[in-house]
Each structure stands twice: as C-alpha cells, then as structure tokens.
Ligand binder design. Structure first.
Ligand code: IPD
Ligand code: CA
Ligand code: CA
Length: 265
C-alpha cells in the first residue's frame, strides 16, 4: 500500500538535502562554472549534482518508479510511478546570485499528480502537498487568496527567453495586466511562482515555453491549496503542453478569459 502523505514528507527531506547542497555552493560560485545548454539556457555542476542526489534517494524510496528529470541523469520511465524533477529551478537567478531558486519534485501515479514539493532554497521555504491532503508551507496549511478580481491582483509571469513565437501577443497581454492589475512580477522560477499563488502571495501566474519539471510539483501544490490550473485553451494539458494558467479559484475565469483573448485567439 502506497501512502502519499508519507512519500511526500520523505520527498521534502530529500528536497531539503539537495537545497542544502545548492546553498553551500552558492557562496563560492563563479561564472566560469557555467555551461551553455541552449539559447539563454544554462547549467552547472550544481544542477547536475543536485539531480544525482535527488534521483539516488528517490530510487531508494520507491524502487519501481521512473524519472523525468531535467538534466537527464535518470533515463527510463516507470509503468505506474514517475518522478518529475527540476533539481534547480531558477538557474539564471542562481548563477547571478539572485533569489529565488528552488528544487521542484512531482510524483505521478498512472499519469495523475499525487505528490508535489517545491523547496525555495534562499528563504528555506518548503511547500508541499499530496493528493487529497491539502497544501503546506513549513508545516502550516496554505490556501490561495480570495481576491476575486484581476484589478486587485498581483500577477506573476515568466518572460519568453528562447521561444519567441508568441512574443507579440505575450507583450500585448502583459500590457493589459500592467494597466489593469496591482502589478506584474517575474521571479525567475516557475516552481516558486506556482507556490506563491498557492499561498496567496500572488493571485495568478501564466507562462509559455515551460517543461514538465518546471510545473509538476507546483501545480499539485496549487490545486491542493484550492487554486485552479489549465493550459492557455482552458484544457488540462498544462504539464506537458508547455503553457500554464494558474490562479486562485475566484478570479480564474476572468484571468483565463483574458489570456485566451490574447494568447489563444
Ligand atoms: C526556468 C525557470 C524560469 C522560467 C523558465 C524555466 P530553469 O527553469 O522556471 O522562471 O521562466 O521558463 O525554464 O531553467 O531555471 O530550471
Ligand atoms: Ca526549470
Ligand atoms: Ca532547472
């Protein structure tokens, strides 16, 4: 019998261990240690070793599971369980010495997200949730905010940095939110953006060009905190579909209609 709560608590310990390693390396980190993976896409031994550490421990926790991990240290997928791992979300922030950055881990059971952990390293904040059990931040239950309108919302996004095919409509949509909300923030970690919607710091978040490991952990935390999530068309392909809309329950419809107007015409 698999207990999601127990798995979740153990996953938090693993995320915290990886986070401790990342924190330790942050002090002496220099630009010479950065490798370029693609356009504006960077990696270092810190991302790679963090992933190795996480994968080794998760394998012991659930030997039959497979892995979808950003740096590719763990190849094959499992039949029933898969861990979806971003060993360092916010690498660009990390290499510039700028908070936030996080470890993000999700677990799917037959494709359904059942455990989510986002550990933000610089503030020592561990966000976590398991299916049906609610969402938590360092032991305290969290909920999305109840602000009901975009005009009173603080909105998070990620700027396009290598996939520019929606750049023009993205900028138009951004302009709409700049004119009609409390403001827009770009933190630099999609996992932290989702966690911040889950605990009510932001009302909403949207971004395109994402990967499963950016969102798998945070999306479950948001859902368990009472939020809603979809792809730009309002469908459920937000883990692999490279685009996500996330918001508190009360303004989700208004927010997603605006996104659809600009980004899904
Ligand atoms: C990135 C961060 C960033 C988002 C990018 C992601 P990485 O992940 O989540 O906020 O805008 O789309 O790729 O590369 O730092 O793991
Ligand atoms: Ca990422
Ligand atoms: Ca990463």
């Amino acid at each position: 019998m698999i207990h999601y709560e127990e798995l979740c608590i153990k996953t938090c310990e693993i995320a915290r261990q990886a986070g401790a390693f990342i924190r330790q390396e942050a002090g002496g980190f220099s630009a010479q240690k950065v490798e370029v993976k693609g356009l504006h896409n960077f990696v270092s031994y810190v991302d790679k070793y963090s992933e190795k550490l996480i994968v080794e421990q998760l394998r012991l926790l659930l030997p039959e599971s497979g892995f979808i991990a950003e740096e590719g240290t763990a190849g094959c997928r499992g039949e029933r369980f898969n861990w979806v791992i971003d060993p360092l979300d916010g690498t660009t922030n990390f290499i510039h010495g700028l908070p936030p950055y996080a470890v993000s881990i999700g677990l799917t059971d037959n494709g359904r997200p059942v455990v989510g952990v986002v550990y933000e390293v610089t503030l020592n904040e561990c966000f976590y949730a398991w299916q049906g059990g609610g969402a938590y931040l360092n032991g305290k239950q969290i909920r999305v905010s109840d602000r009901p309108a975009v005009k009173d919302a603080l909105i998070a996004t990620g700027f396009p940095y290598c996939d520019y095919h929606l750049m023009r409509p993205y900028i138009d949509c951004l302009e709409y939110f700049l004119r009609h909300s409390h403001g827009v923030r770009r933190l630099g970690s999609a996992a932290v953006d989702l966690a911040c919607v889950a605990c009510g710091r932001f009302e909403a978040f949207y971004e395109y060009g994402l990967h499963p490991w950016d969102v798998a952990g945070g999306a479950l935390i948001l859902l368990e905190a009472g939020g809603k999530v979809s792809d730009f068309a309002g469908g459920s392909n937000y883990i692999s579909g490279k685009q996500i809309i996330a918001a508190n329950d009360s303004l989700f419809n208004e927010f997603s209609e605006i996104i659809q107007q600009y980004l899904q015409p």
